[in-house]
Design a binder for this molecule. Structure first.
Ligand code: C2O
Length: 539
């Protein structure tokens, strides 16, 4: 293995989209940012230098960070922000990982423009478990606001209302031809150049802040081979669904001879009311085809195509081969039920006298002012408590109407796990205020999605049909609107690990918590203490 050296200069740049120019925060002046290339088991030494007036940190989304929690990146969770004029070296090893991941800023809403791909190739001489592609192409999906992104969220926080949706979606930084004012306002459109008869590996990343996205190419089927840097059993589909933070690798065979074909990216939302209809476009262009020839179009799925979304999710299973086994934990040490949702709290200065908040088990997470990992490592008291509730505080019918409890309490509460224990979390959506799914991301681990359903999770019946053989392995999972998702993982990575909704607006509102995973020695000490205490009580 090698050491890969990178330098990320965080600098302002002007960009013109939708007929308007604005300064944005970038890495090395690029939007989307540069791709981080490495191979499995390589070490990355990456120097981030902050030349802008914002504080910044960078997160390596999906990198396991085995025993390198200090390099994970979420501000105030594992590190203090890199201040203007300062720099920070991220040092981590890509142990046992290969595939597509993403890096992004992990402070405020800066990841709107500060993001890029991580491409981890297999070890030298190790082939893919699918036919070798002719070429590999990174495709990053994003969002664009005409106004300043930080202003958008600050305005929402002051009013207590939801922030404005973005003005366009983007494919590799461009909204494409369907957006208002793209003909003269956009600086072009992304073109996917192909040669007839060849197969391409598309590494598709959803780097949007707040939108689940559909991805479609006119006249072509896509073969899914990997998600979140885990190989899948290959399957063919017309439409992909990718939530923010997720990645999907597909094989695309250019078998149409010639021509131009539309690539369409559009939002998925359960809401019957169209909130955000924008379709981003790119063009698949067969070499030798005249630029003036007409493009074969495709209709993006309607915004509330729940059926297309669940068909896609239900088709995903792990490859689970001899070389890539799915090591699903079969016994559970910690069985947790987390309600995830949006609520309202009173707010005298807000427009409606209330403020939209978000929570897990009614706890709306409050960010600390020094990093949690630091507090944990140096035993600094008063920064967090380790009493995060493993179950919702009041039993109620989550999908009931009217809801019995929408108010939240604030807290910087963590859930403590002993080293190497196994965890099951049932993530139950509340769906109180608006029908919205929640792409939940866990730092520091991959997990298996063992089950998924609508309505209330039934602890007696639902586990009977869990898939414990080849469930999909990922780092970000969509919790369906008015439904639940069950995940399992092994706590084999000591540190402090963030769990949150990857819709940035929900994270901002408090839909986040963290696990503290003790190391081997601490876990043993704690066990001894618990045993002694219960021993003296019994005596
Ligand atoms: Cu991709 Cu905590 O984030």
């Amino acid at each position: 293995c090698r050491i890969r050296h990178y330098k990320f200069n965080v600098v302002m740049r002007n960009r013109t989209r939708l007929c308007a120019t604005k300064p944005i925060v970038t890495v090395n002046g690029r939007f989307p940012g540069p791709t981080l290339y490495a191979r499995e088991d390589d070490t990355v030494l990456l120097n981030v230098v902050n030349h802008v007036s914002y504080n910044i940190t960078i997160h390596w989304h999906g990198v396991r960070q085995l025993r390198t929690g200090w390099a994970d990146g979420p501000a105030y969770i594992t590190q203090c922000p890199i201040q203007p004029g300062q720099s920070f070296i991220y040092n981590f090893t890509l142990t046992g990982q290969r595939g597509t991941l993403l890096w992004h800023a992990h402070i405020l809403w800066l990841r709107a423009t500060v993001h890029g791909a991580i491409v981890i190739l297999p070890k030298r001489g190790v082939p893919y478990p699918f036919p070798a592609p002719h070429k590999e192409i990174v495709v990053i999906l994003g969002e664009w606001w005409k106004s300043d992104v930080e202003a958008v969220i600050n305005e929402a926080l002051n009013s207590g209302l939801a922030p404005n949706v973005s003005d366009a979606h983007t494919i590799n930084g461009h909204p494409g031809t369907f957006s208002t004012c793209s003909s003269n306002g956009s600086t072009g459109e992304f073109t996917l150049h192909v040669q007839n008869g060849k197969t391409y590996l598309l590494r598709i990343i959803n780097a949007a802040l707040n939108e689940d996205l559909f991805f479609k190419i006119a006249g072509h089927q896509l073969t899914v081979v990997e998600v979140d840097a885990s190989y899948t059993k290959p399957f063919k589909t017309n439409t992909l669904l990718i939530t923010p933070g997720q990645t999907t690798n597909v094989l695309l065979t250019a078998d149409q001879g010639s021509g131009k074909y539309l690539v369409a990216v559009s939002p998925f939302m359960d809401s019957p009311i169209p909130i955000d209809n924008f379709t981003a476009t790119a063009t698949l262009h067969y070499s030798g085809t005249l630029a003036t020839s007409t493009t074969t179009l495709t209709n993006p799925p309607p915004q509330n195509s729940t059926q297309i979304a669940s068909n896609f999710i239900d088709s995903l299973v792990s490859l689970n081969s001899k070389n890539y086994p799915a090591n699903v934990p079969l016994t559970i040490d910690h069985s947790l039920l987390f309600t995830v949702g949006i609520g309202v709290n009173p707010c005298s200065t807000c427009i409606n006298g209330s403020r939209v908040v978000a929570d897990i088990n009614n706890v709306s997470f409050v960010m600390p002012t020094i990093s949690l990992l630091q507090a944990h490592f140096f035993n600094i008291s008063g920064v967090f408590t380790d009493d995060f509730p493993g179950n919702p505080p009041i039993p109620f019918n989550y999908t009931g109407n009217p809801p019995t409890n929408m108010q939240t309490m604030n807290g910087t509460r963590l859930y403590r796990l002993a080293y190497n224990t196994t965890v099951q979390i049932v993530l139950q959506d509340l769906g109180f205020i608006a029908p919205e799914s929640h792409p939940i991301h866990l730092h520091g681990f991959n997990f298996f999605q063992v089950g998924r359903g609508l309505g209330n999770f039934d602890p007696m019946e639902d586990p009977k049909i869990f898939n414990l053989v080849d469930p999909i392995e990922r780092n970000t999972i969509g919790v369906p609107t008015g439904g639940w998702t069950a995940i399992r993982f092994r706590a084999d990575n000591p540190g402090v690990w963030f769990l949150h909704c990857h819709f940035e607006v929900h994270t901002t509102w408090g839909l986040k918590m963290a696990f503290v995973v003790d190391n081997v020695i601490k876990s043993a000490e704690r066990e001894r203490k618990v045993r002694n205490e219960s021993g003296s009580k019994n005596a």
